[in-house]
Ligand binder design. Sequence first.
Ligand code: CR6
Length: 837
Amino acid sequence: MATPMKSMETPTELYDDERTALTKEAFKRAFLDNLLYVQGKFPALASQNDYYQALAYAVRDRLLQRWISTAAAYTKQGSRTVAYFSAEFLMGPHLGNNLINLGIYEQVREAISELGLDFDTLLRQEDEPGLGNGGLGRLAACFIDSMATLEIPSLGYGIRYEFGIFHQEIVDGWQTERTDKWLRFGNPWEILRPEWAVEVKLGGHTEQYRDEQERLRIRWVPGKVVVGVPYDTPILGFRNNTANTLRLWKAEAPESFDFSTFNRGDYGGAVRQKVWSETLSKVLYPNDEQIQGKTLRLEQQYFFVSASLQDMMRIMRVQKLPLERFHEKFAVQLNDTHPAIAVAELMRLLVDDHVMPWEQAWDITCKTFAYTNHTLLPEALECWPLELFKSVLPRHLDLIYEINVRFLDEVRIRFYGDEARLARLSLIDEHGERYVRMAHLACVGSHTINGVAELHSELLKQDVLRDFYELWPHKFGNKTNGVTPRRWMALSNPRLSDLISEAIGDSWLKNLDELQKLEPFAQDAAFRQRWREIKLANKVDFAAFVKERNGINIDPASLFDVQVKRIHEYKRQHLNILHVIALYHRLRSDPNADFQPRTFIFGGKAAPAYHMAKLIIKLINSVADVVDRDPAVKDRLKVVFLQNFNVSNGQRVYPAAELSEQISTAGKEASGTGNMKFSMNGALTIGTMDGANIEIRQEVGAENFFLFGLTAEQVAQTKGRGYRPLEHMTAELQEVISLINSGFFSRGDVQMFRALTDGLLWHDPYLVFADFESYSECQLQVSQAYRDVDHWTRMSILNSARSGKFSSDRTIREYCADIWRAPSVPVRLLSQEDVKV
Ligand code: CR6
């Protein structure tokens, strides 16, 4: 592997303290010290993991100075702070990223090599914190990176799951899941803060009582109490002095051991409370875009939200700010509806615990929250059965009723006589079994509501949140997603990043719009040549990785065509594999056909209970296997399913990709963010008019984008007319389906893929057949375009050059300007003198 950001200058020495100096020598000394004093090992006994830990602690010491300086600056200024509430933070490995942001990657690599160790091996030791499912969790990670880089005071609040997203293994072509034990060897990046633990109540009932002034009040008598213990991870800005905080809550029992029970001899009972409490932060629900109506999930959501709001109130106390100014101190962003219970919880804290009048509390609440919606899929909109909700949060149900009564009173006057509208807007769904609608709670309690790409934000207004839009059009807006170029370019694609910096300087990493300066280089033959060499080198690296993981040889000269993302029918991995089978069929039917060699690379996890998605994985693997064994197509067609797609594997695949598959049914993918990572790294997109694809195409130019398929409007019309898949059957598609049904890919088992093929033939809610021909034709254009090497390279350069909009820095600037109104606060590094006790 090449070194990220060779060309970047390292920052001037900020700290000359022996322990945390940024020099190579000081670093070596710190590393060896840590091996001895932290790991308790000497070199002869040390494992690669010991070395990794020693290295991580040496880096962490260098973060802490920034962290303390940042905390001091924020406390002194009482800065307005963004609290990003998210049930998921898909951070990926910290070590490499922190080195990039500190600007010491190169020095540290050298220091480690001089000690006779292999730096890349140490980097690979880190078990990545996979505390998220996919796009939504990764977005949260990019956002906190950008907030730190833009010097915005912020706190990320979430859950410290003991087990993150499962580890995917492919066994006989099928997905199997293994527990993700990321904390097994300890986590050097977090700091436990037991002194800031808070209690969170759950269950029980409510009762009336009279307070000292004889006022009638309501009290929540909980069924159980858990303790939330914060673990803090510093989040560095890029080459500045800011280190913000990611604060994740672990659930513990208030008394880890019930001694009275223990003394009675009931050993099991004594630990039961402890075991129950800890299950709250035990495991991440592995569903992407599918709600899991489980009590534990609601408890998790409430647990982290309550702990976080209490923590924010503690911060106000420390800074001597009155609670009446909560909304001035904090801007809270709700990342989807997972934390939407915060609306009711803040009301409870203000009204019940702090005896604030309802109107004032409600005013503060609405000025505090803003809500981001991330999906239009109905199955992903969170609704809790009323009884379940009441059993977990009895007091909050009362509060939600009260919020609802007041809200519907307002609607009644605005929309005189419109009973149907009242029912549609209500926080409680009363059709059949009753539910609490979390999106409605989020909308009512927020001052701003946004979608994550232009089309998605429009569809929200027209469709899912239409009634709210008609009520409060001023609340609605769009914030197109973005990704951080630090992780997704500097760290993962060092070769390309170096070439770019050589050509246009390195300020593009802080201001991605500067990539525009690359445009003229698209006309420069020598530059194009280097651009190609880099892509090839990245492909060679990736081929070696595939060989090691899958035992398959792939040809770096073939076109690398990649679809990596969660497996879901709406994302249409099946459209892709059907096309692969069509190509296979063409090659077998006409062995001498003129054919552009391609490697199709797939990767992604299926929710463990999502059978169709798992069947799609099996089909991909089955096709991969047949194609690999068939000498007739050898060297021309290859299919690879990359196991356990996660952040680390993403960092390997995006730089090597040439074609990015973004082929969701139009109107289904809210935004997508993988699409942006590919384009930045010079892959061309084959895609539908969906999510952020539309904006990518607009930026890079229609001539540098392979567009196919129905638009969202056409999809709606087609469905409105009554879609019949068979009307879209072509001769080739017929062959493809027959081949699958014949058992050709399943060792003669004609039943194996029936659920999939029957679904496509008779139901096909994602219009695979309707788009198949258009997709196939578009793929032909791709193959032709690829042969014109110079033209392809020009398009590739222009994709990178015009991807500036898709930096999460741009997204965060927009959130700051339009929603949070949080000014930046530059941090001055404290010296040893400043922090003397
Ligand atoms: N699954 C959207 O589907 C979007 C991300 C982040 C998703 C995806 O298009 O890019 O959020 N939605 O905004 C949800 O998780 C509900 C996702 O990642």
